[in-house]
Design a binder for this molecule. Structure first.
Ligand code: TYD
Ligand code: MG
Length: 452
């Protein structure tokens, strides 16, 4: 008999009998892959379902009551107060970013009774043991299983009933019932739903590790992200030591929190006071450097921006942005040319966020412009100044949110002056030791720090 196949969209999981260029469900192109239909469906057998009667919603215990601390405040905050018991968490990140390291550390630190089951299809027991030794982890509660067959993993979870299960990684696991290769859409879907079934029914918290492709998504289908409760990404430049853990999806909390860690000799160390570390290496008074107050989630962060403006050697001037959006930089450079008469058409502009952080907030605009102006004019910005504000296309400095938090952070770290949007200044209620200068447009901001 001819094996039956089906075409599945890699993005949304839409199924079709024939191949299509464009997915009718999510409109993405070239996302269909051919897969064999699982034998389960082929045989027409349906699993018996356990009948469960509806119960009043109020009779369930609220999720908050059942949070388990990971042992790291930085991570607990991103999760919305710890791991929710019985939840399914997906942790993504590029290879070598520190996923396995951080998760192993959590296995060691997690609170609560019971064992932890670490299932790895990536590394051998010896490799994990070496890592554990390096991290000074010596914990009898961590059990290791080097396995990729979901049936065997299932049995082990059933038997052991651990408090936490780690699957490292999703892409290495497979189910015999599905004939396609590990990592394919139907495999990933089957594995996730199997894990979900057992962990939800037994209320076992599970962390699944997933690889990230070059374009920044978790490899394989997006369906995986839809199925789990929480998705975290570990980000950072590989050759910088800072790592940010970012919540991308969270059924049990807000999604915009960020936790900061540093990859050190002995694993990931949480950074509870990131601002002071991020600005600690600043040179005395270089031109092109400025401190901006940004917000990551709900936390203010002082970060150093550096710009370098040099004469272009080629006809076309270069723009390079590290840690901020490239298009934003070109737009702001255009605003400077048009609204502040900066002749940057024959100048290369390089912009860098110190520490390898990736920031994406309109409040950085003013800092980007002032750093660029400072480098172009070779005039340094006073060391005690912090700036923030969004810049519009006419060069106006627009209001931003969470101004009080930013000012407090600047004050706490000993800064003396703050350049902020004029309209934000008008709305301030509290008084500050800082000298707060409100500006309406980029020219006023430049005057305020001696760039005009
Ligand atoms: P790893 O957790 O294996 O990354 P992933 O699981 O995301 O692929 O981390 C690998 C990198 O981390 C590796 O380059 C070595 C480095 N590392 C440290 O710097 N310190 C440590 O204590 C450990 C265990 C790893
Ligand atoms: Mg790993």
């Amino acid at each position: 008999m001819k094996a039956k196949t089906v075409f599945v969209c890699n993005e949304c999981g839409y199924e079709s009998a024939k191949w299509m260029g464009k997915c009718p469900a999510c409109n993405s192109w070239n996302t269909f892959v051919e897969e064999k239909i699982s034998t389960k469906i082929e045989n027409g057998k349906k699993e018996k379902k356990v009948q469960e009667a509806p119960k009043p919603l109020n009779s369930y215990i609220g999720q908050d009551a059942k949070r388990i601390s990971t042992g790291y405040d930085e991570l607990d905050r991103v999760l919305g107060g710890g791991l929710v018991k019985g939840s399914l968490v997906l942790v993504g990140g590029e290879p070598g970013i520190g996923k396995s390291t951080l998760i192993l550390q959590i296995c060691n630190k997690i609170k609560g009774e019971g064992k932890v089951l670490y299932v790895s299809g990536e590394e051998s027991a010896e490799q994990i043991k070496l890592r554990a030794d390096r991290l000074d982890i010596n914990n009898d509660d961590i059990l290791f299983l080097g396995e990729t067959d979901i049936d065997i993993i299932d049995e082990n979870i059933e038997e052991l009933n651990p408090k936490l299960v780690i699957i490292d990684s999703m892409q290495t696991m497979y189910s015999e019932e599905i004939s396609s290769a590990p990592g394919s859409v139907s495999q990933v879907r089957e594995i996730t739903s199997r894990i979900m079934k057992i962990c939800k029914s037994k209320k076992i918290t599970t962390i699944i590790i997933g690889h990230v492709t070059k374009d920044g998504n978790i490899a394989g289908p997006r369906v995986l992200e839809h199925m789990v409760d929480t998705v975290l990404y570990i980000e950072g430049e590989r050759y910088f030591s800072y790592r940010m853990v970012r919540g991308v999806k969270n059924r049990f909390g807000s999604t915009n929190e960020v936790g900061m860690f540093e990859m050190q000799e002995k694993g990931m160390v949480e950074i509870t006071n990131p601002s002071s570390i991020l600005i600690s290496e600043r040179e005395e008074n270089p031109s092109g450097s400025i401190i901006v107050a940004t917000i990551e989630g709900t936390r203010p962060l002082l970060v150093e921006l550096q710009a370098l403006v040099t004469q272009s050697v080629f006809g076309l001037p270069r723009r390079t942005a590290n840690g901020i959006d490239y298009n934003r930089l070109t737009l702001l450079v255009a605003v400077m040319e048009k609204k502040a008469n900066f002749m940057l058409g024959n100048q290369d502009v390089y912009l860098n966020v110190v520490g390898g952080l990736k920031l994406n907030e309109p409040a950085l605009d003013l800092g980007i412009i002032l750093a660029t102006a400072s480098s172009f004019k070779n005039i340094s910005i006073p060391k005690d100044v912090v700036v923030f504000g969004e810049v519009g296309l006419t060069g106006e400095v627009r209001t931003i949110n969470m101004v009080e938090k930013r000012l407090k952070e600047a004050e706490r770290l000993g800064f003396k002056r703050c350049i902020i949007p004029e309209n934000n200044k008008k709305l301030l209620k509290e008084s500050y030791k800082l000298d707060i200068i409100g500006v309406k447009n980029i020219n006023e901001a430049m005057k305020a720090i001696g760039l005009r």
